[in-house]
Ligand binder design. Structure first.
Ligand code: SF4
Length: 388
């Protein structure tokens, strides 16, 4: 068996900016604020009244790495389902309330970890802030003040003409002040817009105005491809300045996909330890193997790997040996063969047909050694697999 030196990095990997200092709140067992890691959220798509289906989806989201889940609560029947869902979910549950303040109280009573309120949509919300603040305090429930471009206060729409960053921020700060007047501070804020430029500017302005923890989101970001790009671009712009404490990628796609994208965004910015990373070349006229298929098959074969392994899949000898040497594991292909690298050393040369199985086999060995060395924490920032 190949011996692999795992290495113990002295310092955590670098980030682009320190986190903006915020007050700290709790969403059940998950801390939200600058003292806590940035959490990833998603939202169930099942009818909340279908308790089993909702809990099944929450279990899938939990398995995918979701930290906090939100469920919609549009009716009294949904509110009735909340106590069981909140109790049985493995991750904190946030009830999402629009229109009916009575469901805010129901969700708090139900034991939800937090309630998302959209003041622009909740009737008579301003009149009931005192009671909501008191109920939330009594139950240790935090809130999210969620301002959305699509449901902005008509007064602000008239003042600004449309949902500008300034309008979103003014709305959020007004609602925040209502709670703060009642000495309630356990809330985070979101100011979502479907345009990443408006959204980024709104969060930048909001971040300058107070120390609230911020929930990032590009609302109605679109189908998976467009929504991923919009979210990654907007979140990247903000997170690279230290702004953002919890994120939700909104996709017109199954919620597990939102979680995968959210985690990948955080990993790309070193805001979460990297796990499996495939470094594969785009291929070009020099490629001597089918790089796309090779990279896809290696990715599929290693899916779910929990160790921070960097695997290089390279198509030819131009950059192949260099990248493969830098990775924990790699292949540099050429002439129908693949040179397999482990920790910078060529350990064998195999025919093209055996490249995938050999890489997977060697990755498993490395993962096993990492596990024996103390699990992923022991090798944080360590191994990488590259495909060129
Ligand atoms: S590694 Fe080789 S095949 Fe891949 S992009 Fe670079 S030159 Fe092209």
């Amino acid at each position: 068996m190949t011996s692999v030196s795992l290495g113990m990095p002295a310092a955590p990997p670098p980030v682009l900016a320190p986190r903006r200092k915020t007050r700290q709140i709790r969403v059940g067992s998950v801390g939200v604020g600058s003292e806590s890691p940035i959490s990833v959220q998603s939202m169930t798509t099942t009818p909340t009244t279908d308790i089993n289906a909702t809990l099944q989806q929450i279990a899938e989201l939990t398995a995918a790495g979701c930290d906090i889940v939100r469920v919609a609560c549009p009716s009294a029947d949904d509110a009735e389902a909340l106590p069981i869902i909140a109790k049985k979910s493995q991750i904190p549950v946030i009830a999402d309330i629009h229109f009916q303040p009575k469901y805010v109280f129901a969700a708090i009573e139900a034991g939800c970890a937090a309630v998302r309120v959209n003041p622009g949509n909740i009737r008579k919300f301003d009149d009931q802030v005192k009671e909501i603040a008191q109920a939330a305090k009594d139950h240790g429930t935090s809130l999210r003040i969620g301002v959305n471009a699509g449901s902005l206060d008509p007064r602000l729409l008239q003042k600004y003409g449309k949902a500008t960053p300034e309008a979103l921020v003014e709305s959020a700060i007004w609602e925040a002040s209502l709670f703060e007047e009642h000495d309630f501070h356990d809330f985070k804020i979101s100011v979502k817009h479907n345009d990443p430029v408006v959204m980024v500017r709104a969060y930048e302005l909001l971040a300058e105005r107070g120390d609230w923890p911020l929930h990032l989101g590009v609302t109605e970001a679109g189908p998976a491809f467009q929504g991923t790009i919009k979210s990654a671009t907007a979140f990247g712009a903000l997170l690279s300045k230290g702004i953002g404490d919890t994120i939700r990628v909104s996709l017109s796609a199954p919620p597990v996909e939102e979680v995968k994208v959210g985690i990948q965004i955080l990993q790309s910015l070193n805001l979460r330890p990297r796990k499996l990373e495939i470094v594969s070349c785009p291929s070009c006229g020099r490629a001597q193997v089918d790089v796309y298929t090779l990279a896809e098959e290696v990715t599929a074969g290693l899916e779910g790997m929990e160790v921070p392994l960097r695997v290089a899949v390279m198509g030819c000898v131009v950059n192949g040996p260099g990248e493969a040497r830098e990775a924990d594991l790699g292949v540099a292909s050429g002439n129908g063969k693949g040179q397999i690298f482990v920790k910078g050393e060529v350990i064998k040369t195999v025919p093209e047909s055996q490249i995938v199985e050999t890489l997977i086999e060697e990755a498993m060995k490395i993962a096993e050694e990492m596990g024996e060395a103390g699990g992923e924490d022991a090798v944080e920032g360590g191994p990488v697999v590259t495909v060129s």
